[in-house]
Write a protein that binds this ligand. Sequence first.
Ligand SMILES: [Zn+2]
Length: 396
Amino acid sequence: MKSQKDIISRNKRITMLMVFATLFLLAAVPSPPPTANEIHTVVLDAGHGGKDPGNLGTGRYKTTEKDVALEVTLELGKYIEESFPDVKVIYTRDDDSFPKLEERVEIANDASASVFLSIHCNSATPRAYGSETFVMGLHKSQASLSTAIQENASIYLEEDYKGTYAGFDPNDPDTYIKLSLRQNVYLDQSLLLSKNIQDQFRERVGRRDRGVKQAGFYVISFTSMPSALVELGFLTNKEEEDFLHSEVGKTYMASAIYRAFRDYKEKMESADIQPEDIPEPDSKTPEPRDDKRNEIPLSELVVNEDIESGVYFEVQILTSSKEIEKSPENFNGLEVVDEYISSGLYKYATGKTRDFEKAKTNQELLKNNGFPGAFVIALENGKRIDLQEALAKFNK
Ligand SMILES: [Zn+2]
């Protein structure tokens, strides 16, 4: 039989335990401090904008890369905000403005974002198609390097780009070697997120999966958080342009990236990441064989009208201090090349047309096929005139 004393001391012990338990619970009740893995802020970067249209696709639609990227980005942001009210979504642009590449990076870094996603559309030969997602690093194929050069070229449209990007010249191959030496502590997370995106594109939207790759894109090389650059597809491929031009296509792509983000968030926050979740970049670089098969030669793609006089446009592709023989071998297979001499330099151009839209399509084709510096010029009776002057003459 227990004594009165025993009962009291037992009650005391229970009380003490309850006090401890309460203290423990009180300490635990305030929401746990955010862990390093918590996804609290997402910066969404629609590529290009304003005076930088990005690529112009096949030219069949007035749609440009900047518009497709913006629509998909805004829709993606809407899905994230709706499903995760606690996640802050910040856009580098939500209209047709032209933030500098440097500013895009700053926005993400200043917000200490958990994720940075840059959305773009690709361009290449008409046969190339499919979606790919890039993380920072050294390119393993010429195709990846060309994509990075094209995207980084936005810099040239910025005022004072030479001052802003000292030592970063998008056209200089050394730039890419130097970039690849930057530390990337977020590579694994970036790869995981990219893999999720590619999985969604392939399995849920039926896009051709060109894989997760590495290349020296400015915007994902200077952000200090997991970052990826998505190439939704090639606007230079008719079928893909049709798809990305359509509202349904854009919605599919935005929802696919949203689901990829959702899965990434869940994995990061549960800290349940297995080695097999992290893909090897460029592990299956499916350079599709049929990209090259039956490829239409460049000389047939570039429009060259039979024009002798009057006002017309051309695309200047090369400048040289020495004369270059106008053979196709010297000009990536181009059969029609005109030579002009001005200020003691030899200038080479192709793609005569009186249609400015065609001239821009020619420029895009030439930029993507070995002449990254190609630009549209205007001529009257064989002499260079101001581009605006030429446009004004046609609008009269
Ligand atoms: Zn782009």
